[in-house]
Design a protein around this ligand. Structure first.
Ligand SMILES: NC(=O)c1ccc[n+]([C@@H]2O[C@H](COP(=O)([O-])OP(=O)(O)OC[C@H]3O[C@@H](n4cnc5c(N)ncnc54)[C@H](OP(=O)(O)O)[C@@H]3O)[C@@H](O)[C@H]2O)c1
Length: 326
């Protein structure tokens, strides 16, 4: 496999974790980082040993030596940043939630197709060994037909007007930031198109501080919770006719997943510690796709990303929550 030269756009919290993962990932080169500030880009490049630093996103997108760009900016910037990279012919791994809404995502997907580039949401959960183990158990019939999924992702975050989480202009709110995980989890297991979506939200500061979502299917249901204003178990349960699968705390990045039979007896526990910090699996997946000449990841297909965005659009429509400019 050839080495892939990565570029990173944005130098915030997740960009740092991703750079750590890049450092230890096979065939990954820390090539360039871009910030809106030349100084921040230079400091980030020096800290993580990137070859180049740019004081604008445009310069990085224009660099023909970049094999793939990881976009680590707030939600409201994903559309513009992805389009910038895609129209310069760059492959893109874009953080979740991939856009503010379905209309933006459809344009991004069309642009990626027209430019023949690889495009993937950085939905690291779907690339992780514990998640793939659970899918394997389901597909091989270990719990029978799945009837119920329960997942929550909540934490108590003190209000800070400068934090993107509380900013409508940045696409803040629990739904797009953490709610995307339980929804992706449920839709992947029960199906992309629920028959009914019932939801409610507590809206403060112009964003949802918490929300509850029920996805109703023909003969199965998902009950999902996300928020910034309370603590939850943050575990996940997949319940079937013959048994159940339980993910440990912070289910979206849990190393531990357990299989129980219909009597509640533990029959298999899988503990799969990550190699670096967990982000390496999406890096490896993106590079494998590039190596195979794919423009879409089989683990994180465009159809699934689009389906989740449609569910989130429907929830926000029901809550009357619109972002500036929508
Ligand atoms: N996969 C995960 O586990 C995970 C975890 C956390 C976050 N995320 C996702 O990663 C993305 C970034 O989250 P984060 O927590 O890293 O955010 P953050 O700490 O606020 O950093 C975002 C960066 O984006 C750039 N940026 C561009 N336009 C901006 C604007 N208008 N306001 C603020 N920053 C702006 C800034 O970099 P420059 O100043 O250098 O340009 C900033 O440092 C989000 O989509 C989030 O959902 C994923």
């Amino acid at each position: 496999m050839k080495n892939y030269r990565w570029g990173i756009i944005g130098t915030g919290r997740i960009a740092r974790s991703f750079a750590e993962a890049l450092k230890g990932s096979p065939n990954a080169e820390l090539y360039a980082v871009a910030s809106r500030s030349t100084d921040k880009a230079a400091a980030f490049a020096a800290e993580f040993d990137f070859e180049k630093s740019y004081g604008s996103y445009d310069e990085l997108a224009s660099d023909n030596n970049v094999d793939i760009v990881y976009i680590a900016t707030p939600m409201a910037s994903h559309y513009a940043d992805s389009m910038l990279c895609i129209t310069h012919g760059r492959n893109v791994l874009c953080e979740k939630s991939i856009s503010l809404n379905t209309a933006q995502l459809e344009e991004m997907l069309a642009a990626a197709k027209n430019n023949g580039v690889f495009f993937m949401e950085a939905m690291w959960m779907k690339c992780r060994p514990s998640y793939l183990k659970a899918l394997d158990w389901i597909r091989s019939g270990r719990i029978g037909r799945v009837k119920y999924v329960k997942a929550d992702f909540c934490c108590s975050v003190p209000y800070n007007k400068d934090d993107r989480l509380f900013s409508p202009e940045c696409g803040g709110g629990a739904l797009l930031d953490v709610g995307v995980y339980p929804i992706t989890f449920a839709a992947d297991i029960l199906g992309d198109t629920p028959d009914e979506i019932i939801s409610s939200a507590n809206i403060v500061y112009g964003v949802d501080m918490s929300n509850s979502i029920t996805l109703r299917y023909d003969d199965s249901t998902a009950v999902l919770q996300s928020g910034f204003e309370m603590e939850c178990s943050n575990k996940a349960l997949i319940s079937g006719e013959k048994g159940m699968i339980v993910f440990g705390e912070w289910f979206h990045c849990s190393d531990e997943v357990t299989l129980f039979d219909r009597d509640g007896m533990e029959i298999e526990k899988s503990v799969l510690p990550v190699m670096i910090n967990g982000y390496e699996y999406e890096i490896i997946e993106a590079q494998n796709c590039l190596e195979d000449g794919l423009t879409e990841s089989p683990l994180v297909p465009h159809s699934g990303t689009l389906a989740v965005m449609k569910i989130m659009d429907k929830c926000r429509k029901d809550w009357g929550l619109r972002y500036p400019g929508e």
